[in-house]
Design a binder for this molecule. Structure first.
Ligand code: IPD
Ligand code: CA
Length: 275
């Protein structure tokens, strides 16, 4: 088995250092700029967190590639190679951060040959650090974690996100999926405002499934989903495209769940809704 412990150590150090910056600013009033639309925000702390993480990674691994949210262009294309590649979200849950809400984290993943081998998600407010190394299980604050065993929609808590899609078509699609889940008597639906932390909640067994996204422009980005996808898999969960096809980090659609049975039950609801 390959030894990725050095990458894990660097990712954890970066996440904890950036977490200190985030925690210090969390309760304060923030100024923010907007990106793709008025929901998609960036603050000085997103940029400061990214700068800190990038400088640590570049000085430790000068030849590695980096795909990071605030310095990536917004064309929906990712120039990923077989080189070791770091995927970084310096703050996942920026809207929550702007409003001083709890679900805010740093998400860092390492890919080798286009496969995720290390994932770290650190929540400085909730004081939970999730990590996984390929083939070695998933952990929260160094305690092994597992997904739930839920199969039944009527007993399931499922999360989704509205993301930043404010088009008429996007809104109808998202509401249609919610309507079908509710009509099929789902127990609970929640939105936490952080893709990475929601995936970790599935890995912990707190949430039974999570779905989000339409395409590479309207949906979670690779830096939102890469660390979380490994953490869910290593916790015994499953990761798919929202269509039920094989998951891709790059196309803006993610579905994670605890069991294949619940996957079937949720996907058959959300894919019925082509309003
Ligand atoms: C976003 C959050 C949000 C999700 C979006 C993500 P950001 O990340 O995870 O919950 O709905 O798809 O892009 O902008 O806070 O880093
Ligand atoms: Ca972000």
């Amino acid at each position: 088995m390959s030894d990725y412990s050095h990458y894990l150590h660097t990712a954890l150090t970066c996440a904890h250092q950036a977490g200190l910056l985030i925690k210090e600013q969390h309760a304060k009033a923030k100024k923010f700029d907007t990106k793709s639309n008025n929901s998609d925000c960036v603050t000085e702390t997103d940029k400061a967190s990214e700068e800190l993480i990038l400088s640590m990674i570049k000085s430790t691994y000068p030849t590695h590639s980096i795909i990071s949210e605030e310095s990536h262009c917004t064309d929906g294309k990712y120039d990923v190679t077989d080189n070791v590649t770091w995927l970084i979200d310096p703050i996942d849950g920026t809207n929550n951060f702007v409003h001083s809400l709890y679900h805010v984290c740093v998400s860092i993943a390492v890919m080798v040959n286009k496969e995720v081998v290390v994932g770290v998600v650190h929540s400085p407010i909730l004081q939970e650090t999730f990590h996984a190394v390929k083939g070695q299980g998933a952990y929260c604050n160094n305690q092994r974690i597992h997904v739930s065993n839920q199969k039944d929609l009527a007993k399931a808590l499922v999360c989704t996100e509205f993301g930043y899609d404010r088009t008429d078509e996007g809104i109808e699609l998202m509401l249609g999926k919610l309507r079908n889940l509710l009509k099929n008597k789902i127990q609970s639906i929640r939105m936490f405002g952080s893709c990475a932390l929601t995936m970790c909640a599935v890995a912990m067994g707190r949430v039974d499934a999570y779905y989000e996204g339409k395409d590479e422009f309207q949906g979670p980005k690779p830096w939102d989903v890469t660390a979380g996808s490994l953490i869910v898999k290593e916790a015994g969960g499953v990761v798919y495209d929202t269509t039920g096809d094989k998951f891709s980090y790059w196309n803006g659609r993610v579905f994670v769940a605890c069991t294949d049975e619940l996957t079937h039950n949720v996907l058959s609801c959300i894919n019925k809704s082509k309003l």
